[in-house]
Design a protein around this ligand. Structure first.
Ligand code: HT7
Ligand code: ZN
Length: 847
């Protein structure tokens, strides 16, 4: 049935010490000559090589041409029966032809705007040549590229070049998924970095002519990442060259190919006029993430794709730590948790729930998920919390010492932590092998100077997993005195049982507990508290995450009540007033507190407590609350809005970015009251993209801004990355009654290049985030979305499948909506020729 199982893993029976590749590039007929030096490791084994969409030109073994009767060839690859193989080392040569210009799936070798580039993770190399395309086969790659294009790049170090050719050699053995090739008319922005042991590394960012002036920030971010990895993890770079290439057509964000990272251009190119503060922060984080993969992913890789979170969870944890260190740590944690809840908790609560280390898949591309990445990072974070900073560093030192050059498993990883700490982590391992978000219910009693916390944990069942034993959960707790002083600083309690009690003695008054500080575990905390207590924590908690969390909880509870037709919480309205006036607090933090929970979050919260969310009522409640805040605190909001204007030249640093964020957060509230006057004024005078698109978004959300949309389009028509923001604004924010029609109109426009993943994601991904528009009662949103998934699927199944996750919440809503969503999924499932990617997703979504 096409399912791959973790339990079926077997080591590859051949060693491939080196591979030499020759590419004769041609858009329609590229020739790839591969020479593999092979040593059998297991007598009697057939040699299986994956290969898809390849035209075999010739095949020889130790110089002898093989005839069709000597091998088996099918649509998945090539098998050389054991009987025809030598017992000792041999050389296998293949020549194949491929057509990069016809490759619209963007896996393997393809063309983007006249340049050749590759994407081989997870299983793209099999579209380039016949090879054991699995991460545990590591070999040394030598590459020769023949083409008239001026820039010819591959992994490792350049070892020769002449007119029409270049050769590259990568000294570090690697799996095929880290192979890369780029050829094109490219320009470099260059720098250098000297490692702490004195190696001088040339750094280049390669872009299309004309984009050179948008590379400086990415280059600086790369150097900052290199320094940080030396300081925080003792890891140095290991080649003389580090190349980054920006490409316009790319299925994901970026790829960590050894020495030759390939990036989606939107994650490299930045200028104040074209990129927002959020874009800058994201570019820095992704540059860091891909760079950090050099050790966590490349030097130590995964044994098989079930172990994906070994490299991804760890590398996300590393990039999040980096951003916390170089920007504002508390705020970054808040942003990361908000994103985790929006994407991963949603995944865990629906039909796509799976463990960070799954044990079966049909299409591995469907497992590059929030669970593998973001929850994987939380699990690493919990290990760091349990071991403490020194213990964590010792474990990572051991990991690098013990496993450098290997393809590893989650078992290897856990063992390193056990050996470094002397602790038994067998229960902790459930975080990797089980799906679902644990619920913690905490109640408290206070008597005679002692506070007792009673904690109960329970994980609801997920698809295919009904038994949920208790997990090992680090729970960070602090206690505040009634006057706001911290009486017990943060301690980490360890939960291992279904029910446990913890006592804090010697207290002089009943304290206010601050529980799950820093979001010390990816759980849902349930605790009976009063709005007054939440308001107290919002005002006084010393833990920035829990301060924000208190405000968020108040806002969510108010919005849930309002969506059910009740009134707004006065405690919440007053608490926000105090926050607006609190000029001592960091502006970025205040902005995060002023942003209301999104409509999807409110819908999820209502559904979790047994209600059927009504998207329209949620939208109305949210807008009403914004208006109430604007009415009640208008003068203070205006003052903050005016005082937060940032003068002088643009800088993407956390300080000015935080002020702009606060300004836009106050503007969002004021816009509900002033008819859009301030937003229109800001749009007219903005000199940076943060404020320009920020103001435009607010106008669009009010159902206004037609003139501004036209002006924006006229100014930026030639810049596709900026026009993505324009489409995203309309897809995500157009009022629900017009959203599907607006999206359909923009999608039908001739200038909409829907085959480009960035274009498709901006408009259709934006629409999926338009909660009330996508979930419109008449099903128009679902139908439109299904039409476009079906249009994209034959060309780019990977992106179509990823975007189908918009349907993961359909069971939350009322019966008519459910019927519309089911019909849309059934229509997709019944389409002849559906890809394996999208087929697997709709099967799981509907199942
Ligand atoms: N490791 C990279 C994952 C990735 C990818 C996976 C499947 C198909 C296309 C892809 N492009 C990049 C990116 C990362 O996590 O760093
Ligand atoms: Zn990664």
């Amino acid at each position: 049935d096409g399912v791959t199982l973790l339990s079926d893993y077997k080591p590859y029976p051949f060693e491939i010490a080196s591979v030499s590749l020759i590419f004769r590039l041609d858009p329609a007929a590229t020739r790839v000559l591969a020479t593999l030096d092979v040593t059998p490791r297991q007598p009697g084994a057939d040699m299986v090589l994956q290969g898809e969409d390849l035209t075999l030109i010739s095949l020889s073994l130790d110089g002898r041409t093989l005839a069709p009767g000597d091998y088996l060839l099918d649509e998945t690859g090539l098998t050389l029966p054991a009987a025809g193989l030598p017992a000792g080392p041999f050389r296998l040569q293949t020549e194949v032809e491929i057509a990069p210009a016809a490759n619209t799936a963007l896996e393997g070798l393809y063309m983007s705007n006249g340049m050749y580039c590759t994407q081989c993770e997870a299983e793209g190399f099999r579209h380039i040549t016949f090879y054991p395309d699995r991460p545990d086969v590591m070999s040394r790659f030598h590459v020769r590229i023949e083409s008239d294009l001026p820039v010819l790049l591959s992994n490792g170090n350049p070892v020769g070049q002449g007119p029409g050719w270049a050769e590259w050699d990568d000294p570090w053995p690697k799996p095929a998924y880290l192979f890369a090739l780029v050829a094109g008319d490219l320009r470099a922005t260059s720098g250098s970095f000297t490692t702490r042991s004195g190696r001088k590394v040339d750094l280049n960012i390669w872009v299309r002519p004309g984009d050179e002036d948008r590379c400086d920030f990415a280059l600086g971010a790369l150097a900052r990442s290199m320094t940080w990895d030396e300081e925080a993890y003792g890891r140095e770079y290991d080649l003389d060259l580090f190349n980054i290439v920006a490409v316009d057509d790319f299925n994901m964000g970026a790829m960590e190919n050894k020495g030759l990272n390939i990036f989606n251009s939107k994650l490299v190119l930045a200028s104040p006029e074209t990129a927002t503060d959020t874009d800058y922060e994201r570019i820095e984080a992704v540059i860091a993430h891909e760079y950090f993969h050099n050790w966590t992913g490349n030097r130590i890789t995964c044994r098989d794709w079930f172990q994906l979170c070994l490299k991804e969870g760890l590398t996300v944890y590393r990039d999040q730590s980096f951003t916390r260190d170089v920007r504002l740590g508390g705020l970054k944690r808040i942003e990361d948790v908000a994103a985790l809840r929006a994407r991963q908790f949603r995944e865990d609560a629906g039909p796509l729930a799976h463990p960070p280390r799954p044990d079966r898949y049909k299409e591995i591309n469907n497992f590059y998920t929030a669970t593998v990445y973001e929850k994987g990072a939380e699990v690493v974070g919990m290990l760091a919390t349990l071991l403490g900073p020194e213990g964590y560093r010792a474990a990572l030192d051991l990991y690098f010492d013990r496993h450098d050059g290997q393809a590893c498993t989650i078992e290897d990883w856990i063992k390193v932590f056990e050996d470094a700490s002397g602790r038994d982590l067998s229960q902790f391992k459930l975080w990797y092998t089980q799906a679902g978000t644990p619920k913690l219910t905490v109640s408290e009693t206070y008597a005679a100077g002692t506070l007792t916390l009673d904690v109960m944990q329970m994980t609801p069942p997920t698809p295919g997993e009904t038994e949920k034993p208790p997990r090992h959960i680090p729970l960070a707790v602090g206690l505040l005195s009634p006057n706001g002083d911290e009486v017990v600083p943060t301690v980490v309690l360890e939960l291992t049982e279904t029910r446990q009690s913890f006592r804090f003695e010697g207290l002089s008054a009943r304290p206010v507990p601050s529980i799950l500080r820093g979001f010390s575990a990816p759980v849902i905390l349930e605790r009976a508290t009063t709005p007054a207590e939440q308001a107290f924590l919002l005002a006084h908690d010393t833990d920035p995450f829990n301060r924000w969390e208190a405000g968020r909880t108040l806002a969510r509870q108010t919005l849930m009540a309002m969506a059910r037709g009740e009134g707004a919480q006065l405690d919440y309205l007053d608490a926000v007033g105090r926050l607006i006036a609190d000029d001592e607090a960091d502006p970025g933090f205040r902005a995060a507190c002023l942003r209301l929970p999104g409509e999807d979050e409110i819908a999820a919260a209502l559904f979790a407590r047994g209600d059927t969310p009504d998207p329209e009522a949620i939208r109305v409640a949210r807008r009403k609350l914004m208006k109430m805040l604007a009415t009640r605190h208008g003068a203070a909001l205006s003052r903050v809005y005016d005082s937060c204007a940032v003068a002088g030249p643009y800088s993407p640093d956390a300080g000015p970015a935080g002020r702009r964020a606060l300004r836009l957060a106050t503007l969002a509230l004021l816009t509900t009251e002033d008819g859009g006057a301030r937003a229109a004024a800001l749009f007219a005078e903005a000199t940076n993209m943060t404020e320009s698109i920020g103001a435009l978004n607010l106008l669009v959300a009010e159902g206004k801004g037609q003139g501004q949309l036209a002006g924006f389009a006229a100014r930026w028509a030639a810049d596709p990355l900026v026009m993505d923001k324009w489409r995203m604004a309309q897809g995500a924010l157009t009022p629900p009654e017009d959203a599907a029609e607006t999206v359909a109109r923009l999608a039908a426009a001739p200038e909409f290049d829907w085959k480009n993943p960035n274009r498709f994601r901006s408009l259709l991904g934006g629409f999926a985030a338009n909660h009330a528009g996508f979930h419109r009662a008449d099903g128009a949103g679902y139908a439109l979305y299904a039409d476009w998934l079906l249009r994209l699927d034959p060309l780019n199944p990977q992106t179509a499948a990823r975007m189908s996750t918009a349907f993961e919440t359909w069971r939350r809503y009322d019966a008519p909506r459910q019927a519309h969503a089911k019909a849309a999924l059934a229509r997709i499932a019944a389409t002849p020729g559906l890809s394996r990617d999208l087929g697997e997703m709709v099967g799981r979504l509907a199942g």
